[in-house]
Design a protein around this ligand. Structure first.
Ligand SMILES: *Cc1c(COP(=O)(O)O)cnc(C)c1O
Length: 393
């Protein structure tokens, strides 16, 4: 292993600007993982010494998550990731024993986890309203006010969109939900850095997060559920997670999530300003050198880490693949959609023309990216866009 750095075959490191798809595991977590795997091999449900060691790790991590989110530790439920948390929030409230309401409200720009679960609920006979967005990708409080009724059991609106970085006004939206007696859920998978949640003093009843978007491990997430709210189970089995979510705990994932939350609490401002600087710099370098492009949602309140740019007359997929050949990793919208030729449902909901939407690439940053990478990538992006445009002439 130690020889790898001097190997002539060492792979060139990519410039990784796809942090909204997933993030690298933080050095701190990487360093501690072997110890966790070695020392915590007991089942947290076992009451012997080895089990208790693992239990402590789970509960320490739960406390870190609850501190970051400003809720109680017993309101934090570990899951297999953002998709499970979103699915559980929707199913769990629709199918809750006490729920007699039949309407769900969400938005047209949600992650596929929420959208496809909503479709499934429609096929079960529930009524689903998909709120539109304005040209900047913002869900307006008025649009929710206009359609909400006392038949709505849940309003689910994401905090930060994974394709555009737009920050929604979750406080206003959740307040409207509560006025009609509906619960409020937010997919906060992309929101954790930019939004400071204080769940105890908010109208957010449920919140999803995912470890691998925060430099933790893949396959671990959280759904918070305000105490007193009874949602139905999604995963059946043992009595883990207060009897609400069965399955032996994913110890390394849960450990990584706890560390990730601590890192955010300690370094939030520095992380945010670094990401803001990097995305701002890339946008500035590209817009000053390439014509006929649009930075999507430019005038909306946006998270610092995401730049979604439409290049007129360029195929986004071709651009992404050509950037990849030059060592720059970016994405055309959400990773789950790659391989499909449909333009992003988010950009389409914003009313962007189909051809323009199809020429869009998302660059998303983490605090581990550098300005030097941005300068190098900007050169490569400019060259590649020019090349592709000349080919199309
Ligand atoms: C990545 C992502 C998810 C899914 O999380 P997984 O842990 O990959 O299942 C859900 N919502 C948003 C906004 C995301 O970016």
């Amino acid at each position: 292993m130690g020889e790898e750095t001097s190997s002539p075959f060492q792979r060139m490191r990519s410039i990784y600007f796809d942090n909204a798809a997933t993030t690298q595991v933080s050095p701190g977590i990487l360093a501690e993982l072997p110890r966790v795997l070695q020392d915590c091999c007991g089942n947290p449900s076992s009451i012997h010494a080895e089990g208790r060691k693992s239990r402590k790790l789970v509960e320490d991590s739960r406390r870190s998550v609850s501190e970051l989110l400003g809720c109680r530790a017993n309101e934090v439920y570990f899951t297999s990731g953002g998709s499970e948390s979103d699915t559980w929030a929707l199913y769990g409230t629709a199918h809750a024993p006490g729920n007699h309401r039949r309407t769900l409200i969400t938005s047209q720009i949600e992650h596929k986890a929420v959208l496809s679960c909503s479709k499934r609920l429609e096929s079960e006979g529930y009524n689903v309203i998909y709120l539109p967005v304005d040209p900047n990708g913002v869900v307006s409080a008025d649009s929710l006010k206009r359609v909400i009724t006392e038949d709505v059991f849940l309003v689910s609106i994401m905090s930060v969109n994974n394709e555009t970085g737009v920050i929604q006004d979750i406080d206003a939206l959740s307040e409207i939900a509560h006025l009609k007696g509906a619960l409020f859920h937010t997919d906060a998978v992309q929101g954790i850095y930019d939004v400071e949640y204080k769940l105890a003093n908010s109208q957010i009843d449920m919140l999803s997060l995912s470890a691998h978007k925060l430099h933790g491990l893949k396959g671990c997430g959280v759904l918070t559920v305000r105490s007193g709210i009874d949602i139905s189970k999604l995963i059946y089995g043992g009595a883990q997670e207060q009897g609400k979510r069965a399955g032996t705990e994913n110890l390394p994932g849960i450990y990584s999530l706890g560390i990730a939350c601590r890192d955010i609490m300690t370094n939030r401002d520095a992380i945010n300003s670094r990401k803001r600087k990097l995305s701002g710099l890339l946008e500035e370098l590209i817009t000053s050198r390439i014509e006929d492009l649009t930075v999507n949602s430019a005038s909306a309140r946006r998270a610092g880490g995401i730049s979604n740019i439409s290049f007129r007359g360029v195929d986004g997929e071709a651009l992404m693949l050509n950037l990849d050949l030059k060592g720059v990793c970016a994405s055309t919208g959400s990773a789950c959609l790659s391989g499909s030729v449909d333009p992003s449902h988010v950009l389409m909901a914003m009313g962007i023309e189909k051809e323009i939407a199809a020429g869009s690439v998302r660059f998303s940053f983490s605090e581990y990216n550098t300005e030097e990478e941005v300068y190098t990538a900007a050169d490569i992006i400019c060259e590649t866009v020019k090349k592709l445009r000349n080919m199309n002439k």
